[in-house]
Design a protein around this ligand. Structure first.
Ligand code: PHE
Length: 451
């Protein structure tokens, strides 16, 4: 590759862009509803373990592969694997499939968020009554034209940012938006924790009941940990390829993981007190945030404005994540097929829009298109989070542990000997060579009922 390759311009840029990918609807929408449907605190505990033992090592390994190759997720493996083992690039192609499947439903949910910004301002969802909140949400998702309109708006706006490039698009937007996100989230938490009866929700989140932990719950936790940290599908690899050579990868990954965890916990602390204060159902599923956030603000002065701000927060989070997923196919097409960034983005956005139709219409026209009892929305989510990402994680571990090897890993993660982290890298190596892939494998087999 002879031309100059775009990349992140500063350490702060790397941090916010990577965090921008990790923090998303996963924290604000998925984490609360999955935690709510899987028993609360006991799930949280399993999720914490999955993040530390399983997801963090994969995240470090994946970013490292990106920076070592300075290439997209397919080319990276072709470059780093020995000539006879080009097949490792299948990881990149699996990532491409995961990217399309995730974006198909994710941009749909982001669309609901955009719609809720406007609904908040108009006062039409202003209610603490669970039945009214449910009806308002139901009316939106059952309206095919509305949901498609919002989804396409999300795709068009994120597509435009991607066309601007890595430093001028992704990094510039993340630098502006991430600080606002933290501020808004803290505000929301304060409001929710001061509701009467808030402690009930805090207890739900922090008092574990171990009888609720089953093999399915374990797989859900691993799937969520992968989805949360944007790993197992080449997103972090692609972003890693834009890291500069002095960036401390293990430290950056750990910081992103901790910050991402804090956002999830803050989101939990914002949602569950309200769930219990107003009598919502913690196991309500994907509609949970869309019903509770309006309730939190309905009874306060300037409630509509704060409610809208809250959905702005979710929209910001979604945007950073969508940009990072879109970058996977865009980097592949522009580097492998020499497409311009514009053309690569247009093709990616159009493909997602197409797959997005059945996913987004899952509450109306395609509700009966079920496979294994799942409608397109749930199916895309299940296949990506619980199968493709963990499988990608296993393969990335095996590649780094058995093909790439310790000497090269030491060299990459110490920035050619500049960082004194040999012991840490050794520990990571043992994890990715044996422990992490085996754990994911067992959890997958059990969770999918194959063992
Ligand atoms: N991490 C993002 C979130 O939590 C979603 C995502 C998944 C982003 C996979 C990139 C890759 O919302």
């Amino acid at each position: 590759m002879s031309q100059h390759r775009d990349g992140f311009t500063s350490s702060f840029g790397v941090l916010v862009a990577t965090l921008g990918s990790a923090v998303g609807l996963g924290n604000i929408w998925k984490f609360p509803y999955i935690t709510g449907s899987n028993g609360g605190a006991s799930f949280l505990l399993v999720y914490l373990l999955a993040t530390l033992i399983v997801a963090l090592p994969v995240m470090i390994a994946e970013i490292m592969l990106g920076r070592a190759s300075r290439a997209n997720a397919v080319t990276a493996f072709e470059m780093l694997a020995p000539k006879a083992q080009r097949f490792w690039s299948v990881i990149g192609y699996m990532g491409l499939v995961a990217a399309v499947l995730i974006l198909a439903f994710y941009t749909g949910v982001a669309g609901w968020v955009f719609a809720y910004i406007f609904k908040s301002l108009s006062g039409s969802i202003h209610s603490t009554d669970p039945a009214t909140a449910k009806a308002a949400f139901g009316a939106l998702v059952a309206d095919p034209m509305q949901v498609l309109f919002w989804q396409w708006l999300v795709l068009a706006s994120t597509g435009l940012i991607i066309m601007l490039g890595v430093s001028k698009g992704i990094e510039a937007v993340a630098k502006k938006l991430m600080p606002i996100l933290f501020l808004l989230l803290i505000l929301l938490c304060i409001r929710s924790l001061t509701l009467p009866g808030a402690m009930e929700g805090v207890k739900f989140l922090f008092a574990p009941d171990f009888s609720k932990i089953t093999a399915q719950v374990l797989l859900t936790a691993v799937g969520l940990a992968f989805f949360k940290l944007s790993i197992g599908m080449g997103t972090m690899l692609t972003y890693g390829s834009y890291f500069h050579s002095e960036q401390n990868i293990p430290l950056t990954a750990t910081r992103v993981m901790l910050a991402d965890l804090s956002v999830s916990l803050l989101a939990g602390l914002a949602i569950f007190p309200a769930v219990f204060a107003f009598g919502f159902e913690p196991a309500a599923g994907p509609s949970l945030v869309f019903m509770t956030i309006p309730a939190v603000f309905a009874s306060m002065p300037f409630g509509n404005l704060f409610m809208a701000l809250c959905f702005v927060l979710a929209a910001i989070a979604a945007t950073g994540a969508i940009l990072s997923i879109l970058e996977v196919p865009v980097a592949m097409m522009s580097e492998r097929l020499q497409f311009s960034r514009k053309k690569a983005t247009a093709i990616s956005v159009a493909t997602v829009a197409l797959f997005g139709i059945p996913a987004t219409l899952s509450s109306s026209l395609t509700a009966d298109w079920t496979l294994f009892g799942l409608n397109p929305f749930d199916l895309f989510d299940y296949i990506s989070s619980n199968i493709l990402l963990p499988l990608g994680g296993i393969l990335i571990c095996l590649f780094v542990g058995w093909v790439y090897g310790l000497p090269q890993l030491q060299q990459q993660l110490s920035n050619d000997g500049q960082l004194k982290n040999a012991l840490l890298v050794k520990l990571l190596f043992i994890l990715v060579r044996y422990i992490t892939p085996l754990l994911i494998f067992i959890i997958m087999l059990k969770g999918l009922n194959l063992l």
